[in-house]
Structure formats: C-alpha cells, structure tokens
Design a protein around this ligand. Structure first.
Ligand code: AKB
Length: 340
C-alpha cells in the first residue's frame, strides 16, 4: 500500500518552514517534504518523509508517485526574482518545467486514487508589470486581470504557471477520446512581499524589508538596495500560511477564480526603516539604491485589490502593520537573536 501524505516542494524555503511548522502543530496529516537542499534537521523531524532532490529529476518524482498517495500538493519550489535574472534559462526550467512535472504528478495521482488533487500554488505580485511610476501611483489597487505584463523571468514564469494550472484543472487533453478531467484542483495566491521573523529570504527582490529587520536585530549595518520612497504590498508570514490553508479548505463552489490577490499593509521602505530604527536603537540602515533592482520593484504595484479573496474564501489577515511589527516581527526577531 502507498503511504498517505501531503506533498510540499521547496520544503526548506521560507514558506516551507512556515507551512511545515504549522501543519506539524495541527498534527493531522503526514508531511512529505521535498527540497533540492537537504532539509534542516528540526524541520525534517516534523516530516513523515524528507526527500532531498530536484523537481526536474523524473526518477525522484516516479519514486514519490509509487510510494505515496497524495491528495494535496503545496508546490513552493522556485527560483525567485533576483536570482532568476542571473540564470533565466535555469529559472525557466525550475519554475516552469518543475511546475509541469508536479502538475503531471498530481494528474497521475488523481487517476490512481480517483479523487481530485488540490494543487496549491504560490504566485506573486511579480506577475504585474507597470510601465512607469506615474501610472503606478495613479492606479492604486490592481485587480488580478490588470497589468499582467511582467518584466522579470520569475514574473513571466509565475504568470504562465497560473495559466498552466488553470489548463490542467479545466481543459486538460480536451480533444482526447478518453478525456476525463485533469483531476487537478488548482488554487493560486499572488503573494505580496513576505516577511518572516524566523527565516531569511534569499534571491528575491522584496528581500530588502526582511534583510533590514534581521540585520538591525543582529547589530549589523545594512544598505538597502531600493529607494526609501518605494512602496509595495507586504504580509507577515503567519498570515500567508493561514491564507494558503484557508484557500485549501474553501469549498470549490465558493471559488469564482483560480488565482487570488491578497495583501495586508504597504509602507514605504523608508517607513519600514523608521519603525526598525525606533525598535533597535543602534540600527545602521542606509539607502544605496541599485537602479536595476529598483526598476524591478518599480514594475510591481503599490497595492493590490484582494476583494475576491475576501469575498470568496474569507481572507482576512490577522496582522495589520501595527500588529505585525508590535506582536510578531519585533518580539520574535529579538527572541531569535538574543538566544544565540
Ligand atoms: C521576490 O522578491 O522575488 C519574491 C516575490 C515578490 O515573489 N519575494
């Protein structure tokens, strides 16, 4: 018999840490963690199986297929926006071919056990591409259907994979004589910049806010690579995880779309610095913008319209800006570094 489990790719990443810790607390499902890097020991202990390997390796996926019965996939593995610009073809392989592999695995799983496989996919504000800062300031909250002209490989990959997910869910092999549904119940969230008090991101362009916080808490100087007036949407990691779990639990009938924006607060980089400096008296944070990374952030919206997520599946973040800093970032980050 195959073992029942929930599959999480990119298990060792920031979101993987948050999601696995949360699922382990709930304790109701066996977690199969998969990552190209060996999964951290404390996280491994929370998984029923921890697999080291690449989502591009067919043999590994065949092993997963034959050993496990999977009804839910959280496909978190990706090369983020900054890293992807240095190796765009590799990013395409991981972000697009990797996602295809997982969608195929989900389709096959569904065929084997006869029920739809829920496929939870983290998309991103990087799917948006705004032409200039005047438009950016004028348009305010961006809807899911607007301004989807990404300027990064990562953004292009995420946007295309949203379409792939919709295809697998609704139109898979539509001309085949034996056509049955793809068996994939694809659900995606376009996440804003995420900030965790527990882990540090790597390879992203929204990394400046978490980097600022974690550097200040460790007494390290930090040069912020974007201008202080740049404003993008943000969210505390626990809210991101909660949103994902809530979307997973939502009834299919309540969902009017397969991809949802969500957000919580949107201070400028300068405003984030002010809060950090207030909390960490010796913080040394300068602004030293890198024009190229700045241009990427400038193509992302200042805010997104998340009314569909609120209406369809009751999205409602627990942490607004004040609470996120006062009750989560600052106390948790202080605890993290004081215990070293
Ligand atoms: C990145 O900066 O690439 C990611 C994202 C906004 O999706 N954090």
């Amino acid at each position: 018999m195959r073992k029942l489990g929930i599959l999480i790719t990119g298990a060792n990443g920031e979101m993987g840490h948050g999601l696995i810790s949360r699922l382990a607390e709930e304790g109701s499902r066996d977690i199969i963690g998969l990552d190209v890097r060996p999964i951290d020991e404390p996280l491994k202990a929370k998984c029923a199986a921890a697999l080291d390997g690449d989502i591009l390796e067919h043999r590994l996926l065949e092993r997963v297929q034959s050993e496990y019965e999977i009804h839910t996939v959280y496909h978190l593995a990706a090369l983020l926006s900054t890293r992807a610009e240095f190796t765009p073809e590799a990013a395409h392989r991981v972000n697009v071919e990797g996602t295809m592999n997982l969608l195929k695995l989900a389709t096959e799983q569904s065929r084997l056990h006869g029920a739809p496989v829920k496929f939870l996919y983290p998309s991103s504000i990087a799917v948006y591409g705004l032409p200039n800062s005047t438009v950016r300031k004028q348009i305010g909250k961006v809807k899911e259907t607007d301004w989807t002209f990404p300027i990064t490989m990562y953004g292009c990959n995420k946007l295309y994979c949203e379409h792939l997910g919709r295809y697998y869910a609704s139109h898979y092999r539509q001309l085949a004589a034996d056509r049955s549904s793809g068996g994939v119940d694809f659900r995606a969230i376009r996440f804003p910049g995420l900030i965790s008090a527990v882990t540090m991101p790597s390879g992203g362009t929204s990394d400046f806010a978490p980097e600022m916080l974690h550097a200040a808490a460790q007494g390290k100087s930090y040069s912020c690579f974007v201008r202080e007036d740049v404003r993008i949407p943000w969210m505390a990691m626990p809210d991101a995880i909660q949103a994902f779990l809530r979307l997973e639990q939502a009834s299919k009938e309540s969902l009017t779309q397969s991809v949802y924006n969500i957000t919580s607060f949107n201070p400028t980089a300068g405003e984030i610095r002010e809060i950090v400096v207030r909390e960490f008296k010796n913080a040394d944070i300068k602004f030293l913008p890198d024009d190229k990374r700045q241009a990427i952030v400038d193509s992302w919206p200042e805010d997104v319209d998340d009314s569909a997520a609120r209406n369809d599946w009751g999205f409602s973040p627990a942490y607004d800006q004040t609470r996120a800093f006062a009750d989560y970032f600052i106390p948790c980050i202080k605890r993290k570094y004081s215990s070293r």
